[in-house]
Design a protein around this ligand. Structure first.
Ligand SMILES: [Zn+2]
Length: 404
């Protein structure tokens, strides 16, 4: 009977995760209601709930059921304060560390420098900063469940290896996940920041009620995350959809990936600021003269009707829109989310993208499609928090906590 115990463990894990998720999302909820919604026998619910109670992952509470005037019922809610987890985001030159409880509330947060150049290797520096964070906040620490880290780059999330990162040129196949796990004794979750952000929007943000979502990130890098049937699309090793390296101009600039005229070379923030700089002498009336050329100033000028600034943002919209229109035909989503500092000019950017989609993809797929801004921004650690939530909901982390 090869493999059978594994199979049973897997069912146990999935059921425990599903029950935990229902308590989190619908609590206070009675055992009877849990049994109905999870489609599990009352005896199974009793057993799973008992284990969750013993591990202090859920607690009982009295509540008045809707429409009932009788005695209060006993329902279950999460017990979140007794458990903490660490979230981290590595950006360009800094690392943000956030200690959260299981409700994702912030207990402590610091952002510290993590320069591109250093005498110490990247791995050692990250571990050092995490140790320092724990030392600084020792007084507030409860039982730790996990560490989750998000970052840009080429990341193999299941093995925890960071192959390459933009900005940190010395990063080459760094085993960050396994090394950190060995150092702390905790499970470590690693994910590309676009994917984790897509999960965060789906769990707590703008795509909470959608099962099929395309999330486009336009920042220094350009990428996408796709949710199909409620799950993050995973292709072999990677789940980030590399739209940034789709060719939009065969005669365009050389991209760091080795190809020419990638979407990122025309829509990435650094590149649009360079383009604005080049076109500025041809627009003597532009509001962009005599002020630092930043994304904030570009958007502010566009919102005030500045022609050059509007042109630049519309250009991003057309180029991104063309690729999104192809993705709409492939995935037939309910919603397109745009995560970008350019959302400061969303009244210009979003309609341009929407028009491209309507003109360039199937009418049936695009007619009810909405384009909107993400709820979170490309900083902060809610994406990392989403990795931990996801691992609790699918049962993988939950079972580890139940086993102590
Ligand atoms: Zn490229």
């Amino acid at each position: 009977m090869d493999g059978q115990p594994g199979h049973i463990d897997q069912i146990k894990q999935i059921n425990a995760g599903a029950v935990y998720r229902l308590i989190d999302q619908c609590g206070p909820i009675s055992r009877i209601e849990l049994s109905k919604r999870a489609q599990l026998a009352p005896a199974s619910i009793t057993k799973i709930v008992r284990e969750l109670l013993e591990a202090h992952l859920v607690q009982e509470t009295e509540y008045q059921e809707v429409g009932s005037r009788g005695r209060p019922a006993v329902g279950l809610i999460l017990d979140t304060a007794a458990w903490h987890f660490l979230c981290a985001r590595i950006g360009r030159g800094s690392i943000t560390l956030t200690l959260r409880d299981l409700s994702t509330n912030v207990v402590a947060e610091d952002t510290v420098d993590l320069p591109a150049q250093s005498e110490l290797p990247f791995l050692q520096r990250v571990i050092y900063e995490i140790d320092q964070f724990f030392n600084r906040h020792q007084q507030k620490l409860e039982r730790l469940t996990a560490i989750a880290i998000t970052m840009p780059g080429i990341i193999h999330s299941s093995s925890g290896v960071v192959h390459r990162m933009p900005f940190y040129a010395d990063v080459r196949d760094v085993p960050l996940g396994p090394a950190l796990s060995e150092h702390t004794g905790l499970p470590v979750f690693l994910q590309h920041d676009v994917c984790a952000w897509t999960m965060a929007e789906s769990l707590f943000g703008a795509s909470k009620d959608s099962q099929n979502v395309i999330q486009i990130v336009i920042d220094h890098n350009v990428g996408a995350g796709v949710i199909t049937d409620g799950h993050l699309l995973n292709t072999r090793r990677h789940s980030v959809v590399e739209i940034g390296h789709t060719q939009v101009d065969p005669y365009g600039k050389l991209c760091y990936c080795g190809n020419h005229g990638c979407l990122e070379t025309v829509a990435g923030l650094d590149n649009i600021l360079t383009l604005a700089q080049q076109r500025l002498p041809l627009s003597p009336q532009s509001l962009l003269h005599h002020q630092p050329l930043t994304v904030e100033n570009l958007c502010a000028a566009a919102n005030m009707g500045d022609r050059l600034a509007r042109d630049i943002i519309n250009g991003v919209g057309y180029n991104v829109g063309r690729i999104v229109a192809i993705m709409v035909n492939l995935f037939n989503p309910d919603k397109i989310l745009i995560g970008s500092p350019l959302n400061q000019s969303c009244d210009i950017l979003h309609p341009t993208i929407q028009t491209c989609i309507q003109q360039q993809s199937l009418h049936d797929y695009s007619k009810d499609l909405v384009v909107e801004s993400t709820h979170f921004h490309n900083h902060g650690t809610m994406p990392a928090a989403a990795l931990v939530k996801d691992a609790l909901y699918n049962g993988a982390l939950l079972v580890q906590l139940l086993q102590g």
